[in-house]
Design a protein around this ligand. Structure first.
Ligand code: FMN
Length: 248
């Protein structure tokens, strides 16, 4: 995933799209990449539908929306966040704008064994819609959410992860070469608890996508043990990483 690092500094939520349509080649590349996403939880079945944005409740003028359906299971929404953030970054590489759309609703919530998870709008946009570097990010400093960090580069990259209403519900506690990633209950009171719980589960998967990009691009190998998701408590242990630098 380290090839995605450069797009971490480019991507931004795109809410205004141009009239220009995706070419057939671009649409084919966008679809093809969906088949190449790396899962966080490999045995959860995920499927995608691309529909005209005008056929959804998405209020943006995007050409398309991606509808994500998934099997339910431990960390299924987190798995969706982890997978689709790769796609978000890949589309930035093609100059195609994307916005996660948590407010998305579908008529059919259930399709056989799969449940609707989330929607993302996408389409052509002005190049100025993207970022140009590591500035212009409204994010916490890594030291605010990552204790015991011994490689500042990891935090510098991970802190740039997008999240619903920019809630940044992640906490990391590190001791030597092991760290725990927690989902912390939201600090943003404007949304109903139910929606927020759901989105924060997606957010933490997006964050782990950024953590993995950071680890790989900084030359680490790692193992990761996933926790058991829960709606109880203020913070939930999502994963424990054990990392090793390739040159160690
Ligand atoms: C799970 C999720 C749901 C989101 N839902 C919406 C939404 O419904 N409407 C919207 O305008 N932005 C939505 N966003 C975009 C966030 O507001 C945005 O990612 C965050 O403010 C950080 O800004 P950036 O993506 O431009 O870096 C969502 C983001 C995530 C990760």
């Amino acid at each position: 995933m380290k090839e995605l690092l450069q797009y971490v500094y480019k991507r931004r939520s795109v809410r205004r799209y141009s009239e220009e349509k995706l070419t057939d080649e671009e649409l084919a590349a966008v679809k093809d990449y969906l088949g190449r996403l790396k899962p966080l939880v490999p045995d959860i079945h995920v499927e995608f539908q691309i529909v005209p944005c005008s056929e959804t409740n998405c209020k943006f003028n995007a050409e398309y929306c991606l509808l994500v359906y998934s099997e339910e299971g431990n960390l299924w929404l987190t798995n969706v966040g982890y997978m689709l953030e790769q796609w978000d970054l890949y589309l930035a590489s093609l100059g195609i704008g994307v916005c996660w759309y948590g407010m998305g609703k579908v008529e059919e919530e259930r399709q056989c064994d799969l449940v609707y998870a989330v929607m993302l709008s996408f389409g052509k946009c002005d190049p100025s819609a993207f970022r140009n570097g590591d500035y212009d990010f409204a994010r916490e400093d890594a030291s605010d959410f990552w204790s015991g960090m011994n490689d500042a580069r990891l935090g510098e990259i991970a802190r740039l992860a997008p999240s619903s209403v920019n809630s940044q519900p992640w906490r990391v506690e590190q001791i030597d070469n092991k760290f725990n990633v927690y989902r912390q209950k939201g600090k943003v009171p404007i949304l109903s608890n139910q929606l927020f719980k759901r989105w924060n589960k997606v957010d933490i998967g997006i964050f782990m996508c950024f953590v993995d990009i950071a680890l790989e691009s900084e030359g680490y190998t790692f193992t990761r043990v996933l926790g058991k998701d829960s709606d109880e408590g203020k913070r939930v242990l999502i994963a424990t990483y054990t990392v090793e630098r390739d040159s160690d």
